[in-house]
Write a protein that binds this ligand. Sequence first.
Ligand code: SAH
Length: 213
Amino acid sequence: MTRDPTAQMQFLFQLRSRGVTDSAVLMAMEKIDRGQFVGGTFEGHAYDDMPLPIACGQTISQPSVVGLMTQALGVQPRDKVLEVGTGSGYQAAILGQLARRVYTIDRHRALAREAERRLEAARITNVTVICADGCFGLPEQAPFDRILVTAAAEDPPGPLLQQLKPGGVMVLPVGQSDTVQSLIKVTRTETGFDYDELLPVRFVPLVEGMPNG
Ligand code: SAH
């Protein structure tokens, strides 16, 4: 499907007006077609700035939030990045435009498989999808320059903090309920961690363990 140029212009305009100003992030979001990651019924809303339902009761995040999270992560071209919460694969596709290597984990096998198929269709070759519990990170590929979590935990999971390189950055939503969450940025220093609160957000929860069946 080719994108309607007017919808594409509006999409980029909305991103800018909501604070996504980093040119590398905007270029990556211009290149990756969100329509390819939004299936079926909701495809007509792919370029609206709203979260949309995907399979397994999950959601593809709102584009401006994807942009703001990616911008806050400050990905460098040589970085190895971990994403926890593959969902549709859209965020991972954008990270793939900015980083050298991306690993993305989801606990739902059906989502991981579908995301893998979509990334392949989009000819993205530096993103690997893994089906596992992302609360433990990915020890075999650690440490990471950047970690992005796209599901909300009460606190940053310990294994993810441990798998961050010194100087590395992790961006994640934290909160004690489904309704009140903050996006935070954690920077690993030589001696510990610095925490910055960025903006209020609303994400599906980070769930420990694998689904039954
Ligand atoms: N980044 C996605 C949207 C993520 S929605 C996109 O661009 O479309 C949050 C995802 O986190 C869901 O797919 C959910 O299955 C996943 N998730 C929740 N808890 C998890 C865990 N412990 N490990 C891995 N994935 C998890």
